[in-house]
Ligand binder design. Structure first.
Ligand SMILES: [Zn+2]
Length: 322
C-alpha cells in the first residue's frame, strides 16, 4: 500500500510514480552530436537555467517533488542552478559528467568522471547524492560493470536500464519494476528501470522524452495507466529542460534526429501539466524508499555543509542566459 498522506491526489493515481528531469542543455543531446562538436560546448549560450525555472514553476503548481539528474559538466558552470533546484525541495542526483555513453568509456574513465560529478554536486548542495542516471540510458549488457563502479562510488540507486530494444540502449527482458539489481560482483543496488507500455505486443517507452512529445496524449495516458493499473507498478517519467524550449537554436541534422528533437516542443508544457494532474508523482528516492528498496532512515549528511560559494565561483564559466 502506498503512502496516502497527500491531500489532493488525483482520482486515477494510486501508484507513486517517479518524476525525473535530466538536466542538460540542447547541445548535449546524443541525437544532435553529429553536428555539435564537444569542444564547442563551452562557447554555446546556456539556455538551461530559464528552462529549469519553468519546470520548477510547473512542478510547484502541482505540488510535486521530483528528482533532477544533473550533468556534471553543466553543474560546474551553473552551481547556483543546482542550489536553486535543491532549495525548491527537489532531489539532486547525478547524470554523469561528460554525457559520453557508458559503454564507450573504460571502467577507469567512467569511475573518474562519475566520482568527479558526484563530488561536485555534493559540495554544491552540502549533502550526499544517492541516485545516478547514465547518458542515453547506456547501462546495457556490455556495461553492467558500471553498477559496481556506482556501488563503489557510494550511490544507493541507479535509473539507467531501459528494458526495451533500441538502437542506442536497452536490455530487452530486464526486470521492468523497481528492484535490487545484481552487479557483476554479486553486490546489489536499487534499480528504477525506465518504463514502457505494451501496445499489441510492442513495447513503447511512453513515459517521457521524445515519445511523450510525439505520441498523442491520450495514447501516453493509456500507456501510463496500463503500467500503474494493469501491471501494478510505478513508472519513471523523464524530461529534459530543453523539451520546453521553443526558442532553442535549430541545428542542421538528419531528418530523423530533427523529428525526434524538435517535434511538439510547443505542446510540451500543456501535456506536462496534464500528466502531472492525471498521475501521482514523487522523487525517485522517495518512490524507492516507499517500496522498501532503500534504507528507511534518513542518514546524516556524509559531507559537511559548505559555506555559500563565492560570487567568483558562481560566475565562473557562466555565459549570458539570453
Ligand atoms: Zn542526458
Amino acid at each position: 500500500m502506498e503512502g496516502n498522506d497527500s491531500t489532493h491526489r488525483p482520482r486515477a493515481a494510486r501508484q507513486q510514480n517517479a518524476f525525473t528531469v535530466d538536466v542538460e542543455d540542447y547541445f548535449h543531446v546524443a541525437a544532435l552530436s553529429s553536428a555539435i562538436p564537444r569542444d564547442s560546448w563551452g562557447s554555446r549560450e546556456l539556455r538551461v537555467e530559464a528552462n529549469v525555472e519553468r519546470l520548477l514553476t510547473i512542478l510547484s503548481d502541482h505540488d510535486v517533488q521530483a528528482t533532477f539528474f544533473v550533468l556534471g559538466w553543466l553543474a560546474e558552470r551553473t552551481p547556483a542552478l543546482v542550489q536553486r533546484i535543491a532549495a525548491a525541495g527537489h532531489e539532486i542526483a547525478c547524470h554523469g559528467y561528460s554525457h559520453q555513453l557508458v559503454y564507450r568509456q573504460t571502467p577507469q574513465e567512467f569511475r573518474e568522471e562519475t566520482v568527479r560529478a558526484k563530488g561536485f554536486l555534493e559540495d554544491t548542495i552540502g549533502h550526499a547524492v544517492h541516485g545516478y542516471r547514465a547518458a542515453s540510458f547506456s547501462v546495457t549488457r556490455q556495461s553492467l560493470w558500471a553498477l559496481d563502479v556506482l556501488i563503489d562510488a557510494g550511490f544507493r540507486y541507479d535509473s539507467s536500464i531501459f528494458p526495451i530494444h533500441h538502437d542506442l540502449y536497452g536490455i530487452p527482458g530486464a526486470t521492468p519494476e523497481p528492484h535490487r539489481v545484481s552487479a557483476p560482483s554479486g553486490r546489489t543496488l536499487a534499480e528504477f528501470p525506465m518504463s514502457a507500455a505494451s501496445y499489441l505486443g510492442v513495447q513503447v517507452p511512453v513515459s517521457g522524452g521524445g515519445y511523450f512529445r510525439i505520441l498523442p496524449y491520450w495514447l501516453t495516458r493509456a500507456g501510463l495507466t496500463q503500467i500503474n493499473e494493469r501491471r501494478g507498478r510505478p513508472f519513471a517519467f523523464y524530461l529534459h529542460p530543453w523539451e520546453l524550449d521553443t526558442g532553442q537554436p535549430r541545428i542542421k541534422v538528419g531528418a530523423f534526429s530533427r523529428f525526434r528533437h524538435y517535434t511538439n516542443l510547443s505542446r510540451c508544457e500543456a501535456r506536462l501539466r496534464r500528466v502531472l494532474k492525471d498521475f501521482a508523482f514523487t522523487s525517485m528516492h522517495a518512490a524507492l524508499e516507499q517500496r522498501g528498496l532503500l534504507p528507511l532512515e534518513r542518514e546524516p549528511a556524509t559531507r559537511p555543509r559548505l559555506a555559500p560559494l563565492p560570487a567568483a565561483a558562481l560566475m565562473q564559466g557562466r555565459l549570458p542566459a539570453g
